[in-house]
Design a protein around this ligand. Structure first.
Ligand code: SAM
Length: 238
């Protein structure tokens, strides 16, 4: 049986990919992509001509059965998402589970993930954290925000920029330290840090704020972590 490689790809800056990922994307017989048009940009950048095929959350059982038959025929296949690590708030877990159940090999190729990238520069206690993925839009949202407000350790979640201000305002009474990491690894990368009220104010003052973001909610900072006031901080891509 062939191997399924779950390969992490850049979350913005195309240089953020490992040598091993590039080699395997060249060597496998097929790349399963969340969106082939998005992955083609990366493949073109590295002159990789491996055939691609869509695989996403709505892929049928027939598609999955076909992938399994290719693996069983000895083909090595890569799975990538549009950005970051496959299966992390992205499709792939079902396929990985099916390959394991069939006695196959799944080999992870590590690389960027927005949540870890955000934590790398957040300046919060990362010894323990909970990742909630995307917060639900309606059912369960309030309960989860209450749990986040009450948590005694760092919480990380993904949120659309349009719902960001509301989510952070809901944490205003909790006296948490918030970091919004926006457009990571891209030209307009920005970290907005501070208490919930100040961060929500900054977001409100920039109604045209765009892009993708990770939200980190941390208990009040300990003496070992230096104090900070809410301010956006941008830097150009290097
Ligand atoms: N699998 C991806 C990973 O490993 O990070 C996550 C995919 S999820 C569909 C997309 C979400 O990840 C975005 O809505 C945003 O919350 C976060 N994200 C992805 N790229 C980002 C970036 N460059 N900067 C900030 N957040 C990002």
């Amino acid at each position: 049986m062939g191997t399924l490689y779950t390969i992490a790809t850049p979350i913005g800056n195309l240089e953020d990919i490992t040598l091993r990922a590039i080699r395997l994307l060249q060597e496998v017989s097929l790349i399963l992509c969340e969106d082939t048009r998005v992955t083609k940009r990366l493949l073109n950048h590295y002159q990789i001509t491996t055939p691609t095929r869509p695989y996403h959350q709505h892929s049928s059982q027939q598609t999955e059965a076909w992938v399994m038959s290719q693996l069983q025929a000895g083909q090595n296949i890569a799975l990538v998402s549009d950005a970051g690590t496959p299966t992390i708030s992205d499709p792939g877990a079902r396929l990985v589970s099916a390959v394991i159940a069939a006695g196959g090999t799944v080999t992870p190729i590590p690389g960027p993930s927005a949540l870890i990238t955000a934590l790398q520069a957040a300046g919060v206690d990362t010894s323990q954290f909970t990742f909630y993925g995307f917060l639900p839009h309606k059912k369960g949202r309030q309960t989860l925000l209450q749990a986040i407000a009450a948590a005694d350790h760092t919480i990380v979640f993904y949120e659309s920029i349009h719902r960001l201000e509301k989510a952070i305002t809901a944490l205003a009474d909790s006296k948490k330290y918030i970091v919004v990491a926006r457009e990571l690894t891209k030209t307009f990368e920005e970290f907005i840090r501070g208490d919930a009220t100040s961060v929500a104010t900054i977001i409100r003052q920039h109604p045209t704020l765009k892009g993708e973001c990770v939200v980190i909610v941390s208990p009040a900072r300990s003496e070992t972590l230096a104090g900070d006031t809410a301010k956006p901080h941008s830097r150009a891509r290097r």
